[in-house]
Design a protein around this ligand. Structure first.
Ligand SMILES: Cc1cc2nc3c(=O)[nH]c(=O)nc-3n(C[C@H](O)[C@H](O)[C@H](O)COP(=O)(O)O)c2cc1C
Length: 203
């Protein structure tokens, strides 16, 4: 599908086929596309939990204000951001250094800059985690739509309860839920957007 058609046709979907099974191979393919998103310093400070089983769906449903679509979607991704990404930057850059795509000297300076800017700045750690997970979430949605699935983003969940229920490390922030599944009925028309002129200033 043309990218512009994909953008024009996407709208949040709620009425999934509750019997649909999505294979681990498809889930992996979706996440492989999602992680093409950029991240600050190339920290790749995101993590995905694919909720597919009945039991896991029930647990997520319970901490997400009982939103029915979680039970109906073939998979709901809990997209997380890691606030300690700067501490793992060396490992994150290693494959690019190894492939000759990123000089070691630049990597060393990135690691040092990331550490200096993040180590004592908790709001920045959290901001970066949310930025990375949000960009990956949008790419995940577009990748799924491009495969013919319908999707929906959700922030309607109780973060503390979700963190406890899914045993997330304190450094792992749940940022967004993304439902993915086959539509059972036509998509809703895309909602109107406020005019560009109200949302853009060119200076
Ligand atoms: C960050 C975010 C959080 C959202 N949370 C919820 C949610 O908890 N439940 C829900 O039904 N829709 C949720 N939505 C869907 C929005 O209501 C929807 O994207 C918006 O109305 C625009 O409609 P569209 O996605 O069809 O273009 C969320 C969307 C975003 C981007």
């Amino acid at each position: 599908m043309q990218f512009i058609d994909l953008l024009n046709q996407r709208s949040s979907y709620y009425d999934y086929d509750a019997d649909e099974i999505i294979t681990p191979a498809i889930i992996e393919a979706l996440v492989a596309e999602a992680i093409k998103a950029p991240s600050a310093y190339h920290m790749q400070n995101w993590y995905f939990i694919a909720v597919t089983s009945k039991e896991a769906k029930q647990k997520l449903y319970d901490v997400a204000y009982q939103q029915e679509k979680i039970k109906k979607a073939a998979v709901t991704f809990i997209v997380c951001g890691d606030i300690d990404g700067y501490q793992h930057l060396e490992a994150a850059l290693q494959p690019s250094i190894h492939a000759g795509h990123f000089p070691q000297v630049l990597a060393n300076s990135s690691i040092s800059n990331a550490h200096n800017s993040h180590a004592t700045n908790l709001p920045l750690q959290r901001d970066e985690a949310i930025r990375s997970a949000s960009l990956a979430s949008m790419v995940l949605m577009l990748a799924a739509e491009n495969m013919g699935y319908a999707t929906g983003a959700m922030s309607g969940f109780e973060p503390d309860k979700l963190q406890a229920t899914f045993n997330l490390a304190p450094t792992r922030v749940p940022v967004m839920l993304i439902t993915v599944g086959s539509p059972t009925s036509p998509r809703y028309p895309q909602k109107q957007r406020l005019p560009v002129t109200k949302k853009l200033c060119i200076i």
